[in-house]
Design a protein around this ligand. Structure first.
Ligand code: HEM
Length: 552
Protein backbone atom coordinates (compact mmCIF):
# COMPACT_ATOMS: atom_id res chain seq x y z
CA UNK A 1 0.00 0.00 0.00
CA UNK A 2 1.15 3.54 -0.67
CA UNK A 3 -0.25 7.05 -0.43
CA UNK A 4 -2.00 6.64 -3.78
CA UNK A 5 -3.95 3.67 -2.53
CA UNK A 6 -7.54 4.82 -2.07
CA UNK A 7 -7.66 2.99 1.27
CA UNK A 8 -5.04 5.45 2.55
CA UNK A 9 -6.00 8.49 0.52
CA UNK A 10 -9.72 8.39 1.43
CA UNK A 11 -9.36 8.44 5.23
CA UNK A 12 -7.06 11.46 4.85
CA UNK A 13 -9.59 13.17 2.61
CA UNK A 14 -12.35 12.21 5.04
CA UNK A 15 -10.66 14.04 7.90
CA UNK A 16 -10.16 17.10 5.71
CA UNK A 17 -13.79 16.81 4.60
CA UNK A 18 -15.03 16.47 8.17
CA UNK A 19 -13.13 19.56 9.30
CA UNK A 20 -13.99 21.76 6.31
CA UNK A 21 -17.34 20.37 5.22
CA UNK A 22 -17.58 21.61 1.67
CA UNK A 23 -20.09 24.36 2.12
CA UNK A 24 -18.62 26.43 -0.66
CA UNK A 25 -18.72 25.31 -4.29
CA UNK A 26 -14.96 25.85 -4.46
CA UNK A 27 -14.09 23.47 -1.59
CA UNK A 28 -16.66 20.94 -2.83
CA UNK A 29 -15.13 21.08 -6.28
CA UNK A 30 -11.67 20.58 -4.81
CA UNK A 31 -12.52 17.73 -2.44
CA UNK A 32 -15.10 15.88 -4.48
CA UNK A 33 -13.94 16.40 -8.07
CA UNK A 34 -10.41 17.76 -8.32
CA UNK A 35 -8.75 15.53 -5.73
CA UNK A 36 -10.02 12.24 -7.17
CA UNK A 37 -9.02 13.69 -10.55
CA UNK A 38 -5.47 14.07 -9.28
CA UNK A 39 -5.63 10.48 -8.01
CA UNK A 40 -6.76 9.31 -11.45
CA UNK A 41 -3.84 11.02 -13.15
CA UNK A 42 -1.32 9.78 -10.56
CA UNK A 43 -2.57 6.19 -10.74
CA UNK A 44 -2.57 6.29 -14.52
CA UNK A 45 0.97 7.72 -14.64
CA UNK A 46 2.12 4.96 -12.24
CA UNK A 47 0.44 2.55 -14.65
CA UNK A 48 -1.96 1.12 -12.09
CA UNK A 49 -4.56 1.52 -14.82
CA UNK A 50 -4.11 0.81 -18.50
CA UNK A 51 -6.30 3.65 -19.65
CA UNK A 52 -8.17 6.71 -18.41
CA UNK A 53 -11.39 5.06 -19.58
CA UNK A 54 -11.07 2.51 -16.76
CA UNK A 55 -9.25 4.77 -14.26
CA UNK A 56 -11.85 7.55 -14.19
CA UNK A 57 -14.98 5.53 -13.28
CA UNK A 58 -13.09 3.13 -10.99
CA UNK A 59 -11.29 5.80 -8.97
CA UNK A 60 -14.23 8.21 -8.76
CA UNK A 61 -16.64 5.49 -7.75
CA UNK A 62 -14.25 4.04 -5.16
CA UNK A 63 -13.44 7.51 -3.85
CA UNK A 64 -17.03 8.63 -3.43
CA UNK A 65 -18.30 5.36 -1.98
CA UNK A 66 -15.46 5.07 0.52
CA UNK A 67 -15.86 8.69 1.53
CA UNK A 68 -19.62 8.23 2.05
CA UNK A 69 -19.01 5.02 3.97
CA UNK A 70 -16.61 6.82 6.33
CA UNK A 71 -19.05 9.69 6.84
CA UNK A 72 -21.99 7.41 7.55
CA UNK A 73 -19.99 4.98 9.70
CA UNK A 74 -18.73 7.79 11.92
CA UNK A 75 -22.15 9.40 12.29
CA UNK A 76 -23.80 6.21 13.48
CA UNK A 77 -20.80 4.93 15.45
CA UNK A 78 -20.55 4.95 19.25
CA UNK A 79 -17.63 7.40 18.83
CA UNK A 80 -19.85 10.21 17.65
CA UNK A 81 -20.36 12.84 20.40
CA UNK A 82 -24.16 12.53 20.07
CA UNK A 83 -24.13 8.71 20.02
CA UNK A 84 -25.97 8.49 23.36
CA UNK A 85 -29.01 10.35 22.07
CA UNK A 86 -31.82 8.42 20.36
CA UNK A 87 -33.19 9.23 16.94
CA UNK A 88 -34.04 7.61 13.63
CA UNK A 89 -31.14 6.20 11.65
CA UNK A 90 -31.78 8.47 8.67
CA UNK A 91 -31.62 11.56 10.89
CA UNK A 92 -28.30 10.41 12.34
CA UNK A 93 -26.89 9.88 8.86
CA UNK A 94 -27.87 13.16 7.24
CA UNK A 95 -29.79 16.36 7.83
CA UNK A 96 -30.92 15.81 4.26
CA UNK A 97 -33.61 13.53 5.67
CA UNK A 98 -35.31 16.29 7.70
CA UNK A 99 -34.92 18.61 4.72
CA UNK A 100 -36.75 16.00 2.66
CA UNK A 101 -39.51 15.66 5.27
CA UNK A 102 -39.84 19.46 5.46
CA UNK A 103 -39.92 19.87 1.69
CA UNK A 104 -42.19 16.95 0.88
CA UNK A 105 -45.38 17.77 2.70
CA UNK A 106 -44.58 20.57 5.13
CA UNK A 107 -45.01 18.22 8.08
CA UNK A 108 -41.61 18.52 9.77
CA UNK A 109 -43.31 19.73 12.96
CA UNK A 110 -45.48 16.58 13.14
CA UNK A 111 -42.51 14.36 12.36
CA UNK A 112 -40.40 15.84 15.16
CA UNK A 113 -43.37 15.73 17.55
CA UNK A 114 -43.77 12.05 16.76
CA UNK A 115 -40.07 11.49 17.50
CA UNK A 116 -40.42 13.18 20.88
CA UNK A 117 -43.37 10.99 21.73
CA UNK A 118 -41.30 7.96 20.80
CA UNK A 119 -37.91 8.88 22.25
CA UNK A 120 -38.53 11.49 24.97
CA UNK A 121 -37.22 14.97 25.73
CA UNK A 122 -34.11 14.79 23.57
CA UNK A 123 -34.04 13.49 20.01
CA UNK A 124 -31.20 13.46 17.50
CA UNK A 125 -32.76 15.04 14.43
CA UNK A 126 -29.54 15.45 12.46
CA UNK A 127 -25.99 14.13 12.58
CA UNK A 128 -25.01 17.09 14.78
CA UNK A 129 -28.40 18.32 15.91
CA UNK A 130 -30.71 17.71 18.85
CA UNK A 131 -34.31 18.74 19.37
CA UNK A 132 -34.89 19.38 23.08
CA UNK A 133 -38.09 19.96 25.03
CA UNK A 134 -36.60 19.94 28.56
CA UNK A 135 -37.62 23.16 30.29
CA UNK A 136 -34.06 24.28 31.02
CA UNK A 137 -33.79 25.36 27.38
CA UNK A 138 -35.35 28.70 28.35
CA UNK A 139 -32.31 29.64 30.48
CA UNK A 140 -29.47 27.81 28.73
CA UNK A 141 -30.53 28.19 25.09
CA UNK A 142 -32.67 31.33 24.84
CA UNK A 143 -31.70 33.23 28.01
CA UNK A 144 -29.66 36.43 28.20
CA UNK A 145 -26.45 34.37 28.18
CA UNK A 146 -27.92 31.82 25.82
CA UNK A 147 -26.56 30.31 22.65
CA UNK A 148 -26.03 32.04 19.30
CA UNK A 149 -28.14 31.10 16.32
CA UNK A 150 -27.18 28.08 14.24
CA UNK A 151 -26.66 27.59 10.50
CA UNK A 152 -30.42 27.08 9.97
CA UNK A 153 -30.58 30.87 9.67
CA UNK A 154 -28.00 31.15 6.90
CA UNK A 155 -30.80 31.11 4.34
CA UNK A 156 -31.63 34.67 5.42
CA UNK A 157 -28.52 35.99 3.74
CA UNK A 158 -29.33 38.57 1.08
CA UNK A 159 -27.05 40.36 -1.35
CA UNK A 160 -27.18 43.49 0.81
CA UNK A 161 -26.46 41.54 4.01
CA UNK A 162 -28.14 39.33 6.58
CA UNK A 163 -31.62 40.24 7.77
CA UNK A 164 -31.95 40.83 11.52
CA UNK A 165 -33.59 37.48 12.14
CA UNK A 166 -30.67 35.62 10.59
CA UNK A 167 -27.82 37.31 12.45
CA UNK A 168 -25.78 34.67 14.25
CA UNK A 169 -23.16 36.84 15.89
CA UNK A 170 -24.72 37.87 19.22
CA UNK A 171 -22.80 41.15 19.56
CA UNK A 172 -23.59 42.27 16.01
CA UNK A 173 -27.20 41.21 16.44
CA UNK A 174 -27.50 43.38 19.57
CA UNK A 175 -26.22 46.41 17.61
CA UNK A 176 -28.54 45.76 14.69
CA UNK A 177 -31.48 45.33 17.05
CA UNK A 178 -31.13 48.85 18.51
CA UNK A 179 -33.09 50.69 15.80
CA UNK A 180 -35.77 47.99 16.04
CA UNK A 181 -36.04 48.66 19.79
CA UNK A 182 -36.53 52.38 19.07
CA UNK A 183 -39.06 51.45 16.39
CA UNK A 184 -41.10 49.55 18.99
CA UNK A 185 -40.95 52.06 21.86
CA UNK A 186 -44.06 53.59 23.43
CA UNK A 187 -44.19 56.61 21.13
CA UNK A 188 -43.78 54.42 18.06
CA UNK A 189 -46.47 52.06 19.34
CA UNK A 190 -48.93 54.95 19.68
CA UNK A 191 -48.49 55.70 15.98
CA UNK A 192 -48.88 52.03 15.01
CA UNK A 193 -52.08 51.85 17.09
CA UNK A 194 -53.49 54.59 14.88
CA UNK A 195 -52.58 52.53 11.83
CA UNK A 196 -54.22 49.46 13.38
CA UNK A 197 -57.41 51.48 13.87
CA UNK A 198 -57.41 52.58 10.23
CA UNK A 199 -56.73 49.07 8.97
CA UNK A 200 -59.44 47.67 11.24
CA UNK A 201 -61.87 50.14 9.80
CA UNK A 202 -61.00 48.92 6.28
CA UNK A 203 -61.46 45.34 7.46
CA UNK A 204 -64.90 45.94 8.92
CA UNK A 205 -66.06 47.91 5.86
CA UNK A 206 -64.79 45.15 3.55
CA UNK A 207 -66.48 42.42 5.59
CA UNK A 208 -69.76 44.35 5.85
CA UNK A 209 -69.87 44.45 2.05
CA UNK A 210 -69.64 40.66 2.00
CA UNK A 211 -72.13 39.51 4.62
CA UNK A 212 -74.51 36.56 4.15
CA UNK A 213 -72.32 34.76 1.64
CA UNK A 214 -69.24 32.58 2.03
CA UNK A 215 -65.90 34.37 2.34
CA UNK A 216 -62.53 32.91 3.19
CA UNK A 217 -61.82 34.48 6.57
CA UNK A 218 -58.30 33.06 6.50
CA UNK A 219 -57.58 35.10 3.37
CA UNK A 220 -59.11 38.20 4.95
CA UNK A 221 -56.82 37.87 7.97
CA UNK A 222 -53.99 37.92 5.44
CA UNK A 223 -55.36 41.11 3.91
CA UNK A 224 -55.49 42.68 7.36
CA UNK A 225 -52.02 41.47 8.39
CA UNK A 226 -50.28 42.58 5.20
CA UNK A 227 -52.18 45.84 4.73
CA UNK A 228 -51.22 46.80 8.26
CA UNK A 229 -47.58 45.74 7.87
CA UNK A 230 -47.30 47.68 4.60
CA UNK A 231 -48.45 50.81 6.44
CA UNK A 232 -46.38 50.13 9.52
CA UNK A 233 -43.16 49.27 7.73
CA UNK A 234 -43.19 51.61 4.73
CA UNK A 235 -46.37 53.74 4.84
CA UNK A 236 -47.38 51.63 1.86
CA UNK A 237 -50.96 50.83 0.96
CA UNK A 238 -51.26 47.30 -0.39
CA UNK A 239 -55.00 47.95 -0.58
CA UNK A 240 -55.97 44.30 -0.11
CA UNK A 241 -58.85 45.09 2.23
CA UNK A 242 -60.17 47.90 0.05
CA UNK A 243 -59.92 45.89 -3.17
CA UNK A 244 -60.98 42.59 -1.62
CA UNK A 245 -58.01 40.88 -3.24
CA UNK A 246 -54.23 40.95 -3.44
CA UNK A 247 -53.65 43.09 -6.52
CA UNK A 248 -49.84 42.91 -6.35
CA UNK A 249 -49.69 39.13 -5.96
CA UNK A 250 -47.64 39.56 -2.78
CA UNK A 251 -49.27 36.70 -0.87
CA UNK A 252 -48.55 34.11 -3.55
CA UNK A 253 -45.01 35.31 -3.88
CA UNK A 254 -44.36 35.06 -0.15
CA UNK A 255 -45.92 31.62 0.03
CA UNK A 256 -43.60 30.30 -2.69
CA UNK A 257 -40.52 31.95 -1.24
CA UNK A 258 -41.21 30.58 2.24
CA UNK A 259 -41.92 27.09 0.97
CA UNK A 260 -38.43 26.81 -0.47
CA UNK A 261 -36.80 28.27 2.63
CA UNK A 262 -38.43 25.60 4.79
CA UNK A 263 -36.29 22.78 3.47
CA UNK A 264 -33.25 24.77 2.40
CA UNK A 265 -32.76 25.99 5.98
CA UNK A 266 -32.10 22.42 7.12
CA UNK A 267 -29.26 22.05 4.63
CA UNK A 268 -27.84 25.56 4.45
CA UNK A 269 -24.65 24.27 2.84
CA UNK A 270 -26.77 23.84 -0.31
CA UNK A 271 -27.37 27.59 -0.66
CA UNK A 272 -24.17 28.47 -2.54
CA UNK A 273 -24.82 25.56 -4.90
CA UNK A 274 -28.44 26.52 -5.51
CA UNK A 275 -27.24 29.86 -6.84
CA UNK A 276 -26.01 27.93 -9.88
CA UNK A 277 -29.40 26.28 -10.44
CA UNK A 278 -31.42 28.30 -12.96
CA UNK A 279 -34.62 29.65 -11.42
CA UNK A 280 -33.82 28.39 -7.91
CA UNK A 281 -33.84 31.87 -6.38
CA UNK A 282 -36.68 33.17 -8.58
CA UNK A 283 -39.09 33.94 -5.76
CA UNK A 284 -36.47 35.51 -3.49
CA UNK A 285 -35.29 37.66 -6.39
CA UNK A 286 -38.86 38.86 -6.79
CA UNK A 287 -39.11 39.47 -3.03
CA UNK A 288 -35.94 41.55 -3.27
CA UNK A 289 -37.56 43.65 -5.98
CA UNK A 290 -40.65 44.09 -3.78
CA UNK A 291 -38.45 45.32 -0.90
CA UNK A 292 -36.50 47.67 -3.13
CA UNK A 293 -39.66 49.11 -4.65
CA UNK A 294 -41.12 49.69 -1.19
CA UNK A 295 -37.96 51.51 -0.08
CA UNK A 296 -37.75 53.64 -3.23
CA UNK A 297 -41.40 54.70 -2.88
CA UNK A 298 -40.95 55.36 0.81
CA UNK A 299 -37.87 57.50 0.23
CA UNK A 300 -39.90 59.54 -2.25
CA UNK A 301 -42.49 60.19 0.48
CA UNK A 302 -39.92 62.10 2.56
CA UNK A 303 -38.99 61.76 6.20
CA UNK A 304 -42.13 63.02 7.92
CA UNK A 305 -43.62 59.57 8.61
CA UNK A 306 -42.91 57.79 11.88
CA UNK A 307 -43.16 54.30 10.39
CA UNK A 308 -40.69 51.48 10.98
CA UNK A 309 -38.61 52.62 8.02
CA UNK A 310 -38.01 55.89 9.84
CA UNK A 311 -36.38 54.03 12.75
CA UNK A 312 -34.56 51.42 10.69
CA UNK A 313 -33.15 54.10 8.41
CA UNK A 314 -32.10 55.97 11.57
CA UNK A 315 -33.62 59.18 10.28
CA UNK A 316 -33.13 60.71 13.76
CA UNK A 317 -29.39 60.01 13.56
CA UNK A 318 -28.88 57.93 16.74
CA UNK A 319 -26.20 55.66 15.29
CA UNK A 320 -22.67 56.57 14.23
CA UNK A 321 -23.12 54.70 10.96
CA UNK A 322 -26.43 54.79 9.09
CA UNK A 323 -27.53 51.60 7.34
CA UNK A 324 -27.74 51.39 3.58
CA UNK A 325 -31.15 51.55 1.91
CA UNK A 326 -30.54 48.05 0.55
CA UNK A 327 -30.10 46.68 4.06
CA UNK A 328 -33.21 48.48 5.28
CA UNK A 329 -35.08 46.96 2.34
CA UNK A 330 -34.00 43.53 3.60
CA UNK A 331 -35.26 44.22 7.13
CA UNK A 332 -38.44 45.87 5.85
CA UNK A 333 -39.08 42.75 3.80
CA UNK A 334 -38.51 40.73 6.98
CA UNK A 335 -41.03 42.85 8.89
CA UNK A 336 -43.68 42.38 6.21
CA UNK A 337 -43.22 38.61 6.03
CA UNK A 338 -42.57 38.04 9.76
CA UNK A 339 -45.35 40.37 10.79
CA UNK A 340 -48.04 39.86 8.16
CA UNK A 341 -48.11 36.11 7.87
CA UNK A 342 -47.71 35.18 11.56
CA UNK A 343 -50.48 37.46 12.78
CA UNK A 344 -52.85 36.35 10.04
CA UNK A 345 -52.11 32.70 10.79
CA UNK A 346 -52.85 33.11 14.49
CA UNK A 347 -56.06 35.02 13.81
CA UNK A 348 -57.21 32.25 11.46
CA UNK A 349 -56.46 29.61 14.06
CA UNK A 350 -58.41 31.52 16.71
CA UNK A 351 -61.44 31.81 14.44
CA UNK A 352 -61.10 28.12 13.57
CA UNK A 353 -61.05 27.07 17.23
CA UNK A 354 -63.98 29.34 18.11
CA UNK A 355 -66.04 27.80 15.30
CA UNK A 356 -64.96 24.32 16.35
CA UNK A 357 -65.91 24.97 19.99
CA UNK A 358 -68.83 27.48 19.92
CA UNK A 359 -68.99 27.47 23.72
CA UNK A 360 -65.76 29.52 23.71
CA UNK A 361 -67.11 31.79 20.98
CA UNK A 362 -70.05 32.63 23.25
CA UNK A 363 -67.78 33.21 26.26
CA UNK A 364 -65.48 35.47 24.29
CA UNK A 365 -68.32 37.50 22.84
CA UNK A 366 -69.78 37.90 26.34
CA UNK A 367 -66.46 39.22 27.64
CA UNK A 368 -66.19 41.64 24.70
CA UNK A 369 -69.75 42.89 25.18
CA UNK A 370 -69.18 43.38 28.90
CA UNK A 371 -65.91 45.22 28.34
CA UNK A 372 -67.34 47.43 25.60
CA UNK A 373 -71.05 47.71 26.47
CA UNK A 374 -73.70 49.09 24.10
CA UNK A 375 -71.46 48.65 21.07
CA UNK A 376 -68.79 51.03 22.42
CA UNK A 377 -65.92 51.27 19.94
CA UNK A 378 -63.42 48.64 21.11
CA UNK A 379 -60.66 50.18 19.02
CA UNK A 380 -60.58 53.32 21.13
CA UNK A 381 -59.03 51.57 24.11
CA UNK A 382 -56.40 48.98 23.40
CA UNK A 383 -55.36 48.97 27.08
CA UNK A 384 -58.71 47.48 28.08
CA UNK A 385 -58.10 44.66 25.62
CA UNK A 386 -54.78 43.89 27.31
CA UNK A 387 -56.74 43.13 30.48
CA UNK A 388 -59.41 40.85 29.00
CA UNK A 389 -58.58 37.45 30.52
CA UNK A 390 -60.60 35.24 28.20
CA UNK A 391 -59.57 37.04 25.02
CA UNK A 392 -55.92 36.69 25.96
CA UNK A 393 -56.47 33.08 27.02
CA UNK A 394 -57.91 32.27 23.56
CA UNK A 395 -54.97 33.96 21.82
CA UNK A 396 -52.45 32.13 24.02
CA UNK A 397 -54.16 28.81 23.51
CA UNK A 398 -54.14 29.19 19.71
CA UNK A 399 -50.48 30.21 19.84
CA UNK A 400 -49.73 27.22 22.07
CA UNK A 401 -51.31 24.62 19.80
CA UNK A 402 -50.24 26.24 16.53
CA UNK A 403 -47.32 28.60 16.99
CA UNK A 404 -46.98 30.24 13.55
CA UNK A 405 -43.24 29.54 13.58
CA UNK A 406 -43.69 25.79 13.80
CA UNK A 407 -40.17 24.59 13.11
CA UNK A 408 -36.98 24.70 15.07
CA UNK A 409 -35.58 27.84 16.56
CA UNK A 410 -32.03 26.67 16.10
CA UNK A 411 -29.05 27.59 18.27
CA UNK A 412 -25.51 26.26 18.33
CA UNK A 413 -23.05 25.27 21.07
CA UNK A 414 -19.93 26.98 19.81
CA UNK A 415 -16.48 25.40 19.70
CA UNK A 416 -14.29 26.34 22.66
CA UNK A 417 -17.20 26.52 25.12
CA UNK A 418 -16.74 23.01 26.48
CA UNK A 419 -20.38 22.12 25.77
CA UNK A 420 -23.54 22.92 27.75
CA UNK A 421 -25.83 21.14 30.18
CA UNK A 422 -29.54 21.45 29.40
CA UNK A 423 -31.19 19.87 32.41
CA UNK A 424 -29.49 16.49 32.78
CA UNK A 425 -28.40 16.42 29.13
CA UNK A 426 -24.86 17.24 28.06
CA UNK A 427 -24.72 18.95 24.69
CA UNK A 428 -21.24 18.83 23.18
CA UNK A 429 -19.56 21.65 21.27
CA UNK A 430 -20.49 22.13 17.63
CA UNK A 431 -23.96 20.71 18.22
CA UNK A 432 -27.07 22.46 16.96
CA UNK A 433 -29.95 22.64 19.43
CA UNK A 434 -33.39 23.05 17.90
CA UNK A 435 -36.46 24.13 19.81
CA UNK A 436 -39.70 23.06 18.15
CA UNK A 437 -42.36 25.19 19.82
CA UNK A 438 -44.98 22.81 18.46
CA UNK A 439 -43.47 19.89 20.41
CA UNK A 440 -42.62 21.90 23.51
CA UNK A 441 -46.16 23.27 23.76
CA UNK A 442 -47.63 19.79 23.36
CA UNK A 443 -45.53 18.15 26.04
CA UNK A 444 -47.86 17.05 28.88
CA UNK A 445 -45.10 17.87 31.36
CA UNK A 446 -45.57 21.52 30.43
CA UNK A 447 -49.28 21.75 29.65
CA UNK A 448 -51.94 19.43 31.03
CA UNK A 449 -54.65 18.20 31.15
CA UNK A 450 -56.04 18.16 27.60
CA UNK A 451 -52.59 18.81 26.19
CA UNK A 452 -53.65 18.54 22.56
CA UNK A 453 -57.03 20.21 22.98
CA UNK A 454 -58.02 23.86 22.70
CA UNK A 455 -58.83 24.65 26.33
CA UNK A 456 -58.31 28.39 26.99
CA UNK A 457 -59.18 28.00 30.68
CA UNK A 458 -55.68 26.68 31.39
CA UNK A 459 -54.45 30.30 31.03
CA UNK A 460 -56.89 31.67 33.62
CA UNK A 461 -56.05 31.90 37.33
CA UNK A 462 -58.75 29.98 39.13
CA UNK A 463 -59.07 27.76 42.18
CA UNK A 464 -61.19 25.22 40.34
CA UNK A 465 -61.41 24.43 36.62
CA UNK A 466 -64.34 22.97 34.76
CA UNK A 467 -63.27 20.70 31.94
CA UNK A 468 -65.29 20.54 28.70
CA UNK A 469 -66.59 17.16 29.95
CA UNK A 470 -68.16 18.95 32.95
CA UNK A 471 -65.71 17.45 35.45
CA UNK A 472 -64.27 19.91 37.94
CA UNK A 473 -60.58 19.75 38.86
CA UNK A 474 -58.50 21.76 41.32
CA UNK A 475 -55.77 24.25 40.40
CA UNK A 476 -52.95 21.91 41.36
CA UNK A 477 -54.13 19.43 38.72
CA UNK A 478 -53.55 22.00 35.99
CA UNK A 479 -50.02 22.49 34.64
CA UNK A 480 -49.49 25.67 32.60
CA UNK A 481 -45.76 26.21 32.30
CA UNK A 482 -45.60 29.79 31.02
CA UNK A 483 -41.78 29.68 31.08
CA UNK A 484 -41.72 27.32 28.11
CA UNK A 485 -44.39 29.16 26.15
CA UNK A 486 -42.32 30.37 23.21
CA UNK A 487 -44.51 31.33 20.23
CA UNK A 488 -42.51 34.57 20.02
CA UNK A 489 -39.26 32.92 21.14
CA UNK A 490 -37.58 34.50 24.20
CA UNK A 491 -34.41 36.31 25.22
CA UNK A 492 -32.28 38.69 23.17
CA UNK A 493 -33.67 37.39 19.88
CA UNK A 494 -37.32 37.45 20.96
CA UNK A 495 -39.78 38.58 18.28
CA UNK A 496 -39.32 42.30 17.79
CA UNK A 497 -42.99 42.75 16.92
CA UNK A 498 -44.57 40.82 19.80
CA UNK A 499 -46.46 43.80 21.27
CA UNK A 500 -47.63 45.00 17.89
CA UNK A 501 -48.83 41.50 17.02
CA UNK A 502 -50.74 41.08 20.28
CA UNK A 503 -52.39 44.49 19.87
CA UNK A 504 -53.41 43.60 16.32
CA UNK A 505 -54.84 40.23 17.28
CA UNK A 506 -56.79 41.46 20.30
CA UNK A 507 -58.28 44.33 18.36
CA UNK A 508 -59.26 42.24 15.33
CA UNK A 509 -61.01 39.65 17.51
CA UNK A 510 -62.88 42.33 19.45
CA UNK A 511 -63.98 44.21 16.32
CA UNK A 512 -64.93 41.02 14.45
CA UNK A 513 -67.11 39.64 17.24
CA UNK A 514 -68.61 43.04 18.05
CA UNK A 515 -69.84 43.50 14.51
CA UNK A 516 -70.64 40.04 13.25
CA UNK A 517 -72.17 36.67 13.94
CA UNK A 518 -70.21 34.01 12.17
CA UNK A 519 -70.77 30.42 11.15
CA UNK A 520 -68.84 27.97 9.04
CA UNK A 521 -70.00 27.88 5.42
CA UNK A 522 -68.88 24.34 4.76
CA UNK A 523 -68.18 21.92 7.61
CA UNK A 524 -65.65 19.93 5.56
CA UNK A 525 -63.24 22.88 5.63
CA UNK A 526 -63.47 23.01 9.41
CA UNK A 527 -62.81 19.27 9.62
CA UNK A 528 -59.76 19.43 7.37
CA UNK A 529 -58.27 22.70 8.70
CA UNK A 530 -55.65 21.12 10.97
CA UNK A 531 -54.66 18.49 8.37
CA UNK A 532 -53.92 21.20 5.84
CA UNK A 533 -51.48 23.08 8.05
CA UNK A 534 -47.99 22.98 6.62
CA UNK A 535 -44.73 24.09 8.10
CA UNK A 536 -43.19 26.39 5.53
CA UNK A 537 -40.73 28.22 7.77
CA UNK A 538 -43.85 29.91 9.08
CA UNK A 539 -47.27 28.32 8.36
CA UNK A 540 -49.21 27.54 5.22
CA UNK A 541 -52.88 27.05 5.83
CA UNK A 542 -56.01 26.15 3.88
CA UNK A 543 -59.19 28.11 3.38
CA UNK A 544 -61.76 28.76 6.09
CA UNK A 545 -65.05 29.74 4.43
CA UNK A 546 -67.42 31.45 6.86
CA UNK A 547 -70.69 33.31 6.54
CA UNK A 548 -70.81 36.58 8.42
CA UNK A 549 -74.01 38.35 9.32
CA UNK A 550 -74.41 41.70 11.02
CA UNK A 551 -75.19 41.37 14.70
CA UNK A 552 -78.68 42.35 15.64
C1 HEM B 1 -48.40 36.25 16.04
C2 HEM B 1 -47.48 37.01 15.53
C3 HEM B 1 -46.00 36.71 15.58
C4 HEM B 1 -45.34 35.59 15.99
C5 HEM B 1 -45.92 34.32 16.57
C6 HEM B 1 -43.93 35.83 15.81
C7 HEM B 1 -42.93 34.92 16.13
C8 HEM B 1 -41.59 35.18 16.01
C9 HEM B 1 -40.55 34.26 16.37
C10 HEM B 1 -40.77 32.87 16.92
C11 HEM B 1 -39.37 34.87 16.13
C12 HEM B 1 -38.00 34.29 16.37
C13 HEM B 1 -37.59 33.61 15.09
C14 HEM B 1 -36.28 32.97 15.20
O1 HEM B 1 -35.47 33.22 16.08
O2 HEM B 1 -36.07 32.17 14.32
C15 HEM B 1 -39.65 36.17 15.61
C16 HEM B 1 -38.70 37.07 15.23
C17 HEM B 1 -38.99 38.29 14.71
N1 HEM B 1 -40.22 38.83 14.51
FE1 HEM B 1 -41.99 38.01 14.98
N2 HEM B 1 -43.77 37.08 15.28
C18 HEM B 1 -45.00 37.66 15.13
C19 HEM B 1 -45.28 38.92 14.65
C20 HEM B 1 -44.33 39.84 14.29
C21 HEM B 1 -44.61 41.19 13.86
C22 HEM B 1 -45.99 41.83 13.78
C23 HEM B 1 -43.40 41.74 13.53
C24 HEM B 1 -43.10 43.13 13.02
C25 HEM B 1 -43.75 44.17 13.34
C26 HEM B 1 -42.38 40.77 13.79
C27 HEM B 1 -41.04 40.96 13.60
C28 HEM B 1 -40.06 40.07 13.97
C29 HEM B 1 -38.64 40.35 13.82
C30 HEM B 1 -38.02 41.61 13.27
C31 HEM B 1 -37.97 39.23 14.29
C32 HEM B 1 -36.47 39.03 14.37
C33 HEM B 1 -36.01 39.38 15.78
C34 HEM B 1 -34.53 39.28 15.98
O3 HEM B 1 -33.86 38.50 15.32
O4 HEM B 1 -34.01 40.01 16.82
N3 HEM B 1 -42.98 39.62 14.25
N4 HEM B 1 -41.02 36.35 15.55
Amino acid sequence: MDALDPRIAIPIVYFIYKKYEPSSPRSAFFLLLALPGVLVVALRVCERFNSYATAVPTVYLAYWSLLSTFVVAYRISPFHPLARYPGPLLCKISKGWLAYVAGKGGKAHLYVQDLHMRYGEVVRIGPNELSITHQDFTRVVLGAKGLPRGPYYDSRQHEAGMSLDGMRDQALHAIRRRPWARGMNTAAMKYYEELIRNTLSDLIVGLKQRTNRPIDISEWTNYFGFDFMGQMAFTRDYGMLKNGYDKEGLLDLIEHAMQDSAWISHIPWSIPFLRYVPGASKYWDQMKAVGERAVADRVALGSNHRDLFHYLMDEDGHEAVRPTKALVAVDGQLAIIAGGDTTATTLSHIVYFLLRYPIYLDRLRKEIDETFPDGADSTLDFTKQTNMPFLNACINEALRLYPPVLAGLQRRVEPGTGGKMIGPYFVPEETQVSLFAYSIHRDPQHFSPLTNTFWPDRWLSQEKYTLPSGDVISADEVVTNRDVFIPFSQGPMVCAGKNVALTEMRSVMCALLQHFDLKIADQSFLDSWEDKIEETFTTKRGTLPVILSLRA
